[in-house]
Design a protein around this ligand. Sequence first.
Ligand code: ATP
Ligand code: MG
Length: 475
Amino acid sequence: MSALDPGRLTPPEGCRRIARRLEDAGFEAWWVGGSVRDAAVLQLGADAATNRQEWDLATDARPEEVMALFRRTVPVGVSHGTVRVLVGDDHVEVTTFRRDVETDGRHARVDFAASIEEDLSRRDFTVNAIGWRPATGEVRDPYDGFRDIETGILRAVGDPEARFREDYLRVLRGLRFAGRFGWQVEPRTDDALREAVDGLAVLSAERVREELMKVLRDSKPSAGLDLYATRGALVHWYPELLGLAAARDEWLGALGAVDAVPAENLNARLARLVVSAAETPEDRAAAADSLLSRLRFSNAERRYVTRLSRLFLPFVGPMDSAAQHRRWLASAGDAWEDLFVLHFAGARAEGSERGDDAERYLEATYERVRAERLEAPLSIGELAVRGDDMLALGMSPGPLIGLLLDELLEQVIEDPDRNDREPLLAEARRLIEIGGLAEASRPRDGAGTPPGSPDTRPPGPGAPPAGDEPPPTDG
Ligand code: ATP
Ligand code: MG
Protein backbone atom coordinates (compact mmCIF):
# COMPACT_ATOMS: atom_id res chain seq x y z
CA MET A 1 0.00 0.00 0.00
CA SER A 2 1.31 3.41 -0.91
CA ALA A 3 1.03 6.64 1.01
CA LEU A 4 0.44 10.25 0.22
CA ASP A 5 3.34 11.83 -1.61
CA PRO A 6 2.95 15.51 -0.79
CA GLY A 7 5.12 16.41 -3.75
CA ARG A 8 1.90 16.52 -5.76
CA LEU A 9 0.59 19.28 -3.58
CA THR A 10 1.78 22.46 -5.23
CA PRO A 11 0.04 25.53 -3.86
CA PRO A 12 0.89 28.79 -5.60
CA GLU A 13 3.95 30.58 -4.24
CA GLY A 14 1.89 33.14 -2.30
CA CYS A 15 0.08 30.33 -0.47
CA ARG A 16 3.34 28.60 0.40
CA ARG A 17 4.70 31.85 1.83
CA ILE A 18 1.69 32.08 4.12
CA ALA A 19 2.40 28.61 5.49
CA ARG A 20 6.09 29.44 5.98
CA ARG A 21 5.35 32.68 7.78
CA LEU A 22 3.09 30.88 10.26
CA GLU A 23 5.77 28.29 10.95
CA ASP A 24 8.45 30.96 11.31
CA ALA A 25 6.29 32.59 13.97
CA GLY A 26 6.22 29.32 15.90
CA PHE A 27 2.82 27.99 14.78
CA GLU A 28 1.90 24.78 12.98
CA ALA A 29 0.63 25.13 9.41
CA TRP A 30 -1.12 22.08 7.92
CA TRP A 31 -2.59 21.83 4.42
CA VAL A 32 -5.98 20.17 4.82
CA GLY A 33 -9.28 19.45 3.09
CA GLY A 34 -9.93 19.43 -0.63
CA SER A 35 -6.42 20.51 -1.61
CA VAL A 36 -4.79 17.48 0.04
CA ARG A 37 -7.53 15.16 -1.23
CA ASP A 38 -7.14 16.40 -4.79
CA ALA A 39 -3.35 16.05 -4.60
CA ALA A 40 -3.80 12.41 -3.60
CA VAL A 41 -6.26 11.86 -6.43
CA LEU A 42 -3.72 13.33 -8.86
CA GLN A 43 -0.92 11.20 -7.42
CA LEU A 44 -3.01 8.11 -8.10
CA GLY A 45 -3.37 9.13 -11.70
CA ALA A 46 -6.98 10.22 -11.75
CA ASP A 47 -8.10 13.57 -13.02
CA ALA A 48 -8.66 15.90 -10.07
CA ALA A 49 -9.94 19.44 -10.17
CA THR A 50 -6.67 20.84 -11.47
CA ASN A 51 -6.64 24.59 -11.09
CA ARG A 52 -7.81 24.84 -7.52
CA GLN A 53 -8.93 28.21 -6.30
CA GLU A 54 -9.13 27.26 -2.65
CA TRP A 55 -6.28 26.39 -0.38
CA ASP A 56 -7.00 25.60 3.24
CA LEU A 57 -4.56 25.69 6.15
CA ALA A 58 -5.28 24.46 9.66
CA THR A 59 -3.20 26.00 12.41
CA ASP A 60 -2.86 26.32 16.17
CA ALA A 61 -2.61 30.10 15.78
CA ARG A 62 -5.72 31.92 16.99
CA PRO A 63 -7.57 34.16 14.50
CA GLU A 64 -6.24 37.34 16.13
CA GLU A 65 -2.71 35.95 15.96
CA VAL A 66 -3.17 35.17 12.27
CA MET A 67 -4.48 38.67 11.66
CA ALA A 68 -1.53 40.17 13.47
CA LEU A 69 0.96 38.23 11.36
CA PHE A 70 -0.24 39.32 7.91
CA ARG A 71 -0.87 42.69 6.34
CA ARG A 72 -3.90 41.73 4.23
CA THR A 73 -6.51 39.62 5.99
CA VAL A 74 -10.28 39.28 5.81
CA PRO A 75 -12.16 37.91 8.83
CA VAL A 76 -14.43 35.66 6.72
CA GLY A 77 -15.62 33.58 9.65
CA VAL A 78 -13.85 34.57 12.82
CA SER A 79 -16.54 32.99 15.00
CA HIS A 80 -15.61 29.73 13.28
CA GLY A 81 -11.92 30.55 13.45
CA THR A 82 -11.40 31.33 9.74
CA VAL A 83 -9.32 34.21 8.43
CA ARG A 84 -8.58 34.72 4.75
CA VAL A 85 -5.00 35.77 4.17
CA LEU A 86 -3.96 37.40 0.91
CA VAL A 87 -0.45 37.52 -0.51
CA GLY A 88 0.00 38.86 -4.01
CA ASP A 89 -2.78 37.39 -6.15
CA ASP A 90 -3.09 34.31 -3.95
CA HIS A 91 -5.12 33.70 -0.85
CA VAL A 92 -5.55 30.99 1.75
CA GLU A 93 -8.31 30.30 4.23
CA VAL A 94 -6.49 29.87 7.54
CA THR A 95 -8.58 28.14 10.19
CA THR A 96 -7.66 27.58 13.79
CA PHE A 97 -7.88 23.91 14.90
CA ARG A 98 -11.51 23.33 15.85
CA ARG A 99 -13.83 20.88 17.50
CA ASP A 100 -17.61 20.79 17.55
CA VAL A 101 -19.18 21.57 20.90
CA GLU A 102 -22.79 21.30 19.86
CA THR A 103 -24.55 20.47 16.59
CA ASP A 104 -28.19 20.47 15.49
CA GLY A 105 -28.05 19.12 11.96
CA ARG A 106 -27.59 22.49 10.31
CA HIS A 107 -25.01 24.50 12.24
CA ALA A 108 -22.35 23.77 14.78
CA ARG A 109 -21.10 25.63 17.83
CA VAL A 110 -17.34 25.20 17.68
CA ASP A 111 -14.49 25.69 20.04
CA PHE A 112 -10.77 25.78 19.43
CA ALA A 113 -8.99 22.46 19.58
CA ALA A 114 -5.50 21.64 20.70
CA SER A 115 -4.17 19.52 17.85
CA ILE A 116 -4.41 18.65 14.20
CA GLU A 117 -5.65 15.18 15.20
CA GLU A 118 -8.61 16.64 17.04
CA ASP A 119 -9.30 18.95 14.12
CA LEU A 120 -9.25 16.11 11.58
CA SER A 121 -11.66 14.09 13.70
CA ARG A 122 -14.50 16.56 13.13
CA ARG A 123 -14.20 16.46 9.34
CA ASP A 124 -16.84 14.66 7.30
CA PHE A 125 -15.17 11.97 5.18
CA THR A 126 -11.90 10.08 5.51
CA VAL A 127 -10.73 11.44 2.16
CA ASN A 128 -11.18 14.98 3.52
CA ALA A 129 -9.42 14.29 6.82
CA ILE A 130 -5.77 14.19 5.75
CA GLY A 131 -3.27 16.81 6.84
CA TRP A 132 0.20 17.61 5.52
CA ARG A 133 2.70 19.89 7.25
CA PRO A 134 5.31 21.06 4.72
CA ALA A 135 7.70 22.44 7.38
CA THR A 136 8.35 18.98 8.80
CA GLY A 137 7.10 16.74 6.01
CA GLU A 138 4.63 15.08 8.42
CA VAL A 139 1.45 13.54 7.02
CA ARG A 140 -1.52 12.83 9.33
CA ASP A 141 -4.03 10.39 7.90
CA PRO A 142 -5.71 8.90 10.98
CA TYR A 143 -8.72 7.43 9.12
CA ASP A 144 -6.82 5.94 6.19
CA GLY A 145 -8.23 8.45 3.78
CA PHE A 146 -5.41 7.82 1.36
CA ARG A 147 -6.26 4.13 1.21
CA ASP A 148 -9.91 5.04 0.54
CA ILE A 149 -8.87 7.33 -2.29
CA GLU A 150 -6.73 4.54 -3.67
CA THR A 151 -9.56 2.01 -3.61
CA GLY A 152 -12.22 4.55 -4.54
CA ILE A 153 -14.34 4.57 -1.41
CA LEU A 154 -16.29 7.34 0.25
CA ARG A 155 -16.47 6.68 3.97
CA ALA A 156 -17.62 8.83 6.88
CA VAL A 157 -15.15 9.62 9.64
CA GLY A 158 -16.31 7.63 12.66
CA ASP A 159 -19.97 6.68 13.13
CA PRO A 160 -21.75 7.60 9.90
CA GLU A 161 -25.19 7.99 11.44
CA ALA A 162 -23.89 10.42 14.01
CA ARG A 163 -21.92 12.36 11.41
CA PHE A 164 -24.94 12.94 9.17
CA ARG A 165 -27.09 13.84 12.16
CA GLU A 166 -24.58 16.52 13.15
CA ASP A 167 -24.84 18.20 9.75
CA TYR A 168 -27.20 16.92 7.06
CA LEU A 169 -25.35 18.85 4.38
CA ARG A 170 -22.81 16.02 4.56
CA VAL A 171 -25.36 13.83 2.75
CA LEU A 172 -25.17 16.08 -0.31
CA ARG A 173 -21.43 16.67 0.04
CA GLY A 174 -20.82 12.93 0.13
CA LEU A 175 -22.89 12.35 -3.00
CA ARG A 176 -21.01 15.12 -4.74
CA PHE A 177 -17.58 13.66 -3.92
CA ALA A 178 -18.66 10.11 -4.80
CA GLY A 179 -20.07 11.36 -8.10
CA ARG A 180 -17.16 13.62 -8.98
CA PHE A 181 -14.49 10.99 -8.41
CA GLY A 182 -16.52 7.91 -9.31
CA TRP A 183 -16.20 6.42 -5.83
CA GLN A 184 -18.34 3.73 -4.22
CA VAL A 185 -20.13 4.74 -1.07
CA GLU A 186 -18.99 2.41 1.70
CA PRO A 187 -21.99 0.25 2.77
CA ARG A 188 -22.43 1.56 6.33
CA THR A 189 -21.99 5.12 5.17
CA ASP A 190 -24.46 4.43 2.37
CA ASP A 191 -27.11 3.02 4.74
CA ALA A 192 -26.73 5.94 7.10
CA LEU A 193 -26.90 8.37 4.21
CA ARG A 194 -30.17 6.91 2.89
CA GLU A 195 -31.60 7.08 6.40
CA ALA A 196 -30.52 10.70 6.74
CA VAL A 197 -32.20 12.16 3.64
CA ASP A 198 -35.26 13.33 5.58
CA GLY A 199 -32.94 15.53 7.59
CA LEU A 200 -32.16 17.55 4.45
CA ALA A 201 -35.34 19.47 5.23
CA VAL A 202 -33.65 21.35 8.09
CA LEU A 203 -30.90 22.81 5.89
CA SER A 204 -30.93 26.37 4.66
CA ALA A 205 -31.80 26.91 1.00
CA GLU A 206 -28.50 28.72 0.50
CA ARG A 207 -26.34 25.75 1.50
CA VAL A 208 -28.40 23.35 -0.60
CA ARG A 209 -28.17 25.70 -3.57
CA GLU A 210 -24.40 26.08 -3.22
CA GLU A 211 -24.09 22.30 -3.20
CA LEU A 212 -26.15 22.03 -6.36
CA MET A 213 -23.97 24.63 -8.06
CA LYS A 214 -20.84 22.69 -7.11
CA VAL A 215 -22.32 19.56 -8.66
CA LEU A 216 -23.26 21.51 -11.78
CA ARG A 217 -19.66 22.79 -12.06
CA ASP A 218 -18.31 19.24 -12.18
CA SER A 219 -17.22 18.02 -15.58
CA LYS A 220 -20.02 15.41 -15.45
CA PRO A 221 -22.79 16.56 -13.11
CA SER A 222 -24.78 13.49 -14.14
CA ALA A 223 -22.81 11.34 -11.70
CA GLY A 224 -23.64 13.39 -8.61
CA LEU A 225 -27.20 14.08 -9.72
CA ASP A 226 -27.89 10.41 -10.33
CA LEU A 227 -26.63 9.64 -6.83
CA TYR A 228 -29.09 12.26 -5.52
CA ALA A 229 -31.82 10.28 -7.29
CA THR A 230 -30.81 6.77 -6.31
CA ARG A 231 -30.23 7.73 -2.65
CA GLY A 232 -33.58 9.52 -2.32
CA ALA A 233 -31.93 12.90 -1.89
CA LEU A 234 -34.25 14.67 -4.36
CA VAL A 235 -37.20 14.36 -2.02
CA HIS A 236 -37.26 17.54 -0.05
CA TRP A 237 -35.62 20.15 -2.28
CA TYR A 238 -36.24 18.83 -5.78
CA PRO A 239 -39.85 17.56 -5.97
CA GLU A 240 -40.13 18.85 -9.57
CA LEU A 241 -37.56 16.24 -10.63
CA LEU A 242 -39.05 13.20 -8.90
CA GLY A 243 -41.33 12.13 -11.76
CA LEU A 244 -38.49 12.38 -14.27
CA ALA A 245 -36.08 10.52 -12.00
CA ALA A 246 -38.59 7.68 -11.70
CA ALA A 247 -38.49 7.14 -15.47
CA ARG A 248 -34.98 5.77 -15.53
CA ASP A 249 -34.19 6.03 -19.25
CA GLU A 250 -35.54 9.52 -19.59
CA TRP A 251 -33.71 10.61 -16.48
CA LEU A 252 -30.38 9.28 -17.75
CA GLY A 253 -31.04 10.92 -21.11
CA ALA A 254 -31.73 14.24 -19.39
CA LEU A 255 -28.54 13.94 -17.30
CA GLY A 256 -26.50 13.20 -20.42
CA ALA A 257 -27.84 16.41 -21.93
CA VAL A 258 -26.83 18.35 -18.79
CA ASP A 259 -23.27 16.99 -19.13
CA ALA A 260 -23.21 18.13 -22.74
CA VAL A 261 -23.86 21.78 -21.84
CA PRO A 262 -20.53 23.61 -21.41
CA ALA A 263 -19.61 23.69 -17.71
CA GLU A 264 -19.18 27.46 -17.61
CA ASN A 265 -22.85 27.95 -18.53
CA LEU A 266 -24.45 26.97 -15.23
CA ASN A 267 -27.80 28.61 -15.96
CA ALA A 268 -28.09 26.55 -19.12
CA ARG A 269 -27.09 23.38 -17.26
CA LEU A 270 -29.81 24.04 -14.74
CA ALA A 271 -32.38 24.82 -17.41
CA ARG A 272 -31.39 21.71 -19.35
CA LEU A 273 -32.20 19.62 -16.28
CA VAL A 274 -35.55 21.28 -15.68
CA VAL A 275 -36.85 21.23 -19.27
CA SER A 276 -36.91 17.45 -19.28
CA ALA A 277 -39.16 17.41 -16.22
CA ALA A 278 -42.36 18.73 -17.82
CA GLU A 279 -44.28 18.52 -21.09
CA THR A 280 -45.68 21.96 -21.84
CA PRO A 281 -44.01 25.37 -21.90
CA GLU A 282 -46.19 26.48 -18.98
CA ASP A 283 -45.35 23.43 -16.88
CA ARG A 284 -41.67 23.75 -17.64
CA ALA A 285 -41.70 27.40 -16.66
CA ALA A 286 -43.63 26.60 -13.48
CA ALA A 287 -41.16 23.85 -12.54
CA ALA A 288 -38.19 26.16 -13.05
CA ASP A 289 -39.83 28.98 -11.15
CA SER A 290 -40.77 26.89 -8.12
CA LEU A 291 -37.44 25.06 -7.97
CA LEU A 292 -35.34 28.20 -8.20
CA SER A 293 -37.59 30.07 -5.76
CA ARG A 294 -37.29 27.28 -3.20
CA LEU A 295 -33.50 27.34 -3.52
CA ARG A 296 -33.51 31.16 -3.27
CA PHE A 297 -31.70 31.89 -6.46
CA SER A 298 -31.50 35.60 -7.29
CA ASN A 299 -34.52 37.02 -9.08
CA ALA A 300 -32.44 37.56 -12.20
CA GLU A 301 -31.30 33.93 -12.30
CA ARG A 302 -34.77 32.60 -11.53
CA ARG A 303 -36.37 34.71 -14.25
CA TYR A 304 -33.77 33.80 -16.82
CA VAL A 305 -33.86 30.04 -16.21
CA THR A 306 -37.66 30.17 -16.15
CA ARG A 307 -37.63 31.97 -19.46
CA LEU A 308 -35.25 29.45 -21.03
CA SER A 309 -37.50 26.67 -19.79
CA ARG A 310 -40.62 28.26 -21.23
CA LEU A 311 -39.02 29.08 -24.58
CA PHE A 312 -37.27 25.72 -24.99
CA LEU A 313 -40.07 24.43 -27.23
CA PRO A 314 -41.50 25.11 -29.77
CA PHE A 315 -38.14 25.54 -31.47
CA VAL A 316 -37.27 26.51 -35.05
CA GLY A 317 -36.02 24.26 -37.80
CA PRO A 318 -33.94 24.70 -40.94
CA MET A 319 -37.00 24.49 -43.20
CA ASP A 320 -38.84 27.32 -41.47
CA SER A 321 -39.11 30.60 -43.34
CA ALA A 322 -36.85 33.52 -42.60
CA ALA A 323 -39.89 35.32 -41.14
CA GLN A 324 -40.47 32.40 -38.78
CA HIS A 325 -36.82 32.57 -37.74
CA ARG A 326 -37.19 36.30 -37.08
CA ARG A 327 -40.39 35.83 -35.08
CA TRP A 328 -38.68 33.18 -33.00
CA LEU A 329 -35.68 35.45 -32.44
CA ALA A 330 -37.92 38.33 -31.42
CA SER A 331 -39.65 36.17 -28.82
CA ALA A 332 -36.40 34.61 -27.55
CA GLY A 333 -34.65 37.97 -27.14
CA ASP A 334 -31.24 37.66 -25.48
CA ALA A 335 -31.91 33.99 -24.61
CA TRP A 336 -31.69 32.85 -28.21
CA GLU A 337 -28.12 31.53 -28.12
CA ASP A 338 -28.63 29.66 -24.87
CA LEU A 339 -31.72 28.03 -26.39
CA PHE A 340 -29.46 26.68 -29.12
CA VAL A 341 -27.02 25.54 -26.42
CA LEU A 342 -29.83 23.51 -24.81
CA HIS A 343 -30.83 21.87 -28.07
CA PHE A 344 -27.26 21.18 -29.16
CA ALA A 345 -26.64 19.50 -25.80
CA GLY A 346 -29.68 17.28 -26.33
CA ALA A 347 -28.42 16.22 -29.75
CA ARG A 348 -24.90 15.58 -28.51
CA ALA A 349 -26.17 13.49 -25.62
CA GLU A 350 -28.20 11.39 -28.00
CA GLY A 351 -24.97 10.17 -29.61
CA SER A 352 -25.27 7.72 -32.51
CA GLU A 353 -26.50 8.56 -35.96
CA ARG A 354 -29.71 10.11 -34.78
CA GLY A 355 -27.74 12.57 -32.68
CA ASP A 356 -25.42 13.38 -35.59
CA ASP A 357 -28.40 14.08 -37.82
CA ALA A 358 -29.93 16.26 -35.16
CA GLU A 359 -26.67 18.19 -34.79
CA ARG A 360 -26.42 18.84 -38.51
CA TYR A 361 -30.02 19.98 -38.52
CA LEU A 362 -29.30 22.33 -35.63
CA GLU A 363 -26.17 23.69 -37.27
CA ALA A 364 -28.08 24.52 -40.42
CA THR A 365 -30.77 26.24 -38.36
CA TYR A 366 -28.22 28.09 -36.29
CA GLU A 367 -26.50 29.55 -39.35
CA ARG A 368 -29.75 30.81 -40.80
CA VAL A 369 -31.03 32.21 -37.52
CA ARG A 370 -27.72 33.92 -36.81
CA ALA A 371 -27.78 35.60 -40.21
CA GLU A 372 -31.23 36.99 -39.40
CA ARG A 373 -30.03 38.09 -35.98
CA LEU A 374 -27.20 40.06 -37.58
CA GLU A 375 -29.29 41.62 -40.33
CA ALA A 376 -32.88 42.09 -39.36
CA PRO A 377 -34.44 44.50 -36.89
CA LEU A 378 -36.08 42.47 -34.12
CA SER A 379 -36.86 44.97 -31.40
CA ILE A 380 -38.58 48.34 -31.19
CA GLY A 381 -35.22 49.94 -30.58
CA GLU A 382 -34.09 48.86 -34.03
CA LEU A 383 -37.04 50.41 -35.91
CA ALA A 384 -36.38 53.32 -38.24
CA VAL A 385 -39.00 55.34 -36.34
CA ARG A 386 -39.28 56.06 -32.63
CA GLY A 387 -41.67 57.22 -29.98
CA ASP A 388 -40.89 60.89 -30.63
CA ASP A 389 -42.11 60.47 -34.19
CA MET A 390 -45.46 59.24 -32.87
CA LEU A 391 -45.70 62.32 -30.67
CA ALA A 392 -45.05 64.43 -33.74
CA LEU A 393 -47.92 62.61 -35.48
CA GLY A 394 -50.29 63.77 -32.76
CA MET A 395 -50.21 60.98 -30.21
CA SER A 396 -49.77 61.69 -26.52
CA PRO A 397 -47.21 59.96 -24.34
CA GLY A 398 -48.54 56.69 -22.98
CA PRO A 399 -48.81 52.97 -23.57
CA LEU A 400 -50.59 53.36 -26.91
CA ILE A 401 -47.33 54.48 -28.45
CA GLY A 402 -45.70 51.22 -27.37
CA LEU A 403 -48.56 49.22 -28.87
CA LEU A 404 -48.32 51.08 -32.14
CA LEU A 405 -44.57 50.50 -32.32
CA ASP A 406 -45.20 46.82 -31.58
CA GLU A 407 -47.54 46.66 -34.54
CA LEU A 408 -44.95 48.35 -36.79
CA LEU A 409 -42.31 45.94 -35.52
CA GLU A 410 -44.48 42.97 -36.37
CA GLN A 411 -44.77 44.22 -39.92
CA VAL A 412 -41.01 44.74 -40.10
CA ILE A 413 -40.34 41.25 -38.75
CA GLU A 414 -42.55 39.87 -41.53
CA ASP A 415 -40.65 41.94 -44.09
CA PRO A 416 -37.45 43.72 -42.99
CA ASP A 417 -37.50 45.82 -46.18
CA ARG A 418 -40.30 47.79 -44.59
CA ASN A 419 -37.92 49.25 -42.02
CA ASP A 420 -37.66 52.53 -43.87
CA ARG A 421 -38.51 55.77 -42.21
CA GLU A 422 -40.94 57.36 -44.66
CA PRO A 423 -43.08 54.28 -45.41
CA LEU A 424 -43.16 53.46 -41.67
CA LEU A 425 -44.32 56.98 -40.84
CA ALA A 426 -47.01 56.66 -43.51
CA GLU A 427 -48.11 53.35 -42.01
CA ALA A 428 -48.11 54.87 -38.54
CA ARG A 429 -50.26 57.75 -39.77
CA ARG A 430 -52.69 55.26 -41.33
CA LEU A 431 -52.92 53.20 -38.11
CA ILE A 432 -53.36 56.32 -35.98
CA GLU A 433 -56.18 57.41 -38.20
CA ILE A 434 -58.09 54.12 -38.43
CA GLY A 435 -57.58 53.50 -34.73
CA GLY A 436 -58.50 57.04 -33.71
CA LEU A 437 -55.30 56.93 -31.71
CA ALA A 438 -54.49 60.61 -31.82
CA GLU A 439 -57.95 61.24 -30.33
CA ALA A 440 -57.80 58.46 -27.81
CA SER A 441 -54.42 59.44 -26.48
CA ARG A 442 -55.10 63.18 -26.24
CA PRO A 443 -55.63 64.14 -22.58
CA ARG A 444 -59.23 65.19 -21.91
CA ASP A 445 -58.43 68.15 -19.64
CA GLY A 446 -56.19 69.59 -22.32
CA ALA A 447 -53.27 69.80 -19.92
CA GLY A 448 -49.83 69.91 -21.48
CA THR A 449 -48.10 66.61 -21.91
CA PRO A 450 -44.80 65.96 -20.19
CA PRO A 451 -41.83 65.93 -22.51
CA GLY A 452 -40.31 62.59 -23.41
CA SER A 453 -41.96 59.27 -22.81
CA PRO A 454 -40.93 55.99 -21.26
CA ASP A 455 -41.90 54.35 -24.51
CA THR A 456 -39.36 56.14 -26.61
CA ARG A 457 -36.13 54.32 -27.19
CA PRO A 458 -33.15 55.45 -29.17
CA PRO A 459 -32.91 53.45 -32.36
CA GLY A 460 -29.81 51.41 -33.02
CA PRO A 461 -28.89 48.02 -34.33
CA GLY A 462 -28.11 45.45 -31.69
CA ALA A 463 -30.15 47.25 -29.04
CA PRO A 464 -31.51 44.75 -26.51
CA PRO A 465 -35.07 43.59 -27.05
CA ALA A 466 -37.78 45.43 -25.18
CA GLY A 467 -38.71 44.16 -21.74
CA ASP A 468 -37.13 41.22 -20.02
CA GLU A 469 -39.97 38.79 -20.58
CA PRO A 470 -40.68 38.60 -24.29
CA PRO A 471 -44.08 37.34 -25.39
CA PRO A 472 -44.22 33.58 -25.66
CA THR A 473 -43.65 32.07 -29.08
CA ASP A 474 -46.80 31.81 -31.10
CA GLY A 475 -45.92 28.38 -32.37
P1 ATP B 1 -14.16 21.46 -2.82
O1 ATP B 1 -13.23 20.83 -3.77
O2 ATP B 1 -15.55 21.40 -3.25
O3 ATP B 1 -13.73 22.81 -2.32
P2 ATP B 1 -13.57 20.69 -0.14
O4 ATP B 1 -13.35 19.33 0.46
O5 ATP B 1 -12.41 21.63 -0.15
O6 ATP B 1 -14.14 20.47 -1.57
P3 ATP B 1 -14.85 22.67 1.45
O7 ATP B 1 -16.30 22.93 1.65
O8 ATP B 1 -14.01 23.70 0.83
O9 ATP B 1 -14.76 21.31 0.65
O10 ATP B 1 -14.29 22.30 2.88
C1 ATP B 1 -12.91 22.11 3.17
C2 ATP B 1 -12.76 20.98 4.17
O11 ATP B 1 -13.46 21.28 5.38
C3 ATP B 1 -13.35 19.65 3.74
O12 ATP B 1 -12.42 18.91 2.96
C4 ATP B 1 -13.63 18.98 5.05
O13 ATP B 1 -12.46 18.46 5.63
C5 ATP B 1 -14.09 20.14 5.90
N1 ATP B 1 -15.55 20.33 5.83
C6 ATP B 1 -16.21 21.19 5.05
N2 ATP B 1 -17.52 21.14 5.26
C7 ATP B 1 -17.72 20.22 6.21
C8 ATP B 1 -18.86 19.70 6.89
N3 ATP B 1 -20.08 20.13 6.58
N4 ATP B 1 -18.65 18.76 7.84
C9 ATP B 1 -17.41 18.34 8.16
N5 ATP B 1 -16.30 18.78 7.55
C10 ATP B 1 -16.44 19.70 6.60
MG1 MG C 1 -12.64 23.64 -0.71
